[in-house]
Write a protein that binds this ligand. Sequence first.
Ligand code: GTP
Ligand code: MG
Length: 281
Amino acid sequence: MCDLIIISFFINRSNIWKKAFHFSAAMAKSKFEYVRLFEVDDRCLPNTWIVVRVDGKGFHKFSTEHGYEKPNDIKALSLMNRAATSVMEEFKDICLAYGQSDEYSFVFRKETQAYSRRSAKLSTNVCSLFTSAFVYYWNEYFPTIKPRYPPVFDGRTVLYPSNQNIRDYLSWRQADCHINNLYNTTFWALILKGGLTPTEAENKLKGTLSGDKNEILFSQFAINYNTEPEMLRKGTVLVRRKVPVALPNGGTREKSQIVQEHVDIIGDEFWNTNTHLLTLT
Ligand code: GTP
Ligand code: MG
């Protein structure tokens, strides 16, 4: 023991050792190291909601080339939901996700420390996993169609400081879903069932309000828009819920699972029954 202390004393004091250490440190920090200074610190403000939204690039073309049903393809939307579930399985700090059409928004807990809250790290990792999961599970939803080219999704990180802001953001996306879906449902009914050309259908819908579109659907095509599938009218909300799972030797136990819900998130009801989503943990 005493010998060890004496040896370490000499090593620590030795100039040879100091020089060698300095030399290796200098080697580790090469003269090129300074380029790191060009990297900007993009850490998101603390205590703010972080939303990463991914959106399909050129999905107008992608959906046509892959024979998506018009105006909505349940298989394609289900594949989006599957890819989003993969993202939530990986990133436990995502408390809620909302998807419609070719886009998905992922809401990270206000206090998340994932990737030290670095904006680009968050958006690129989420976007990359979403895209690879979309391709990975493609075959389960489109078993007879091979992807004609690799699909691309863009991703962005946006911060929302207050609970009202994050609710308004999600309301904005769901209102967008409603407006587009009502328009597309009427537009394609006029073409596929009414025999109009796309230009004629577009002209017929110019300047119409939602009540007018509901009326066209009901009077001309006997479609009650309010009974259309909720996934199409409201989009999909992914949240974690405790659900009972069966045990091998009988009985059940509660397990946290990611579930899909097609519910209104604009009104208060969803938030009043899910108060935990907006409170700090
Ligand atoms: P960028 O996002 O700007 O690259 O353009 P985009 O072509 O992806 O258009 P945008 O994201 O604004 O809209 C998504 C488009 O995807 C819609 O306009 C539709 O053309 C298409 N799309 C999404 N879901 C469906 C679907 O279920 N069925 C069909 N037929 N098309 C869909
Ligand atoms: Mg798009």
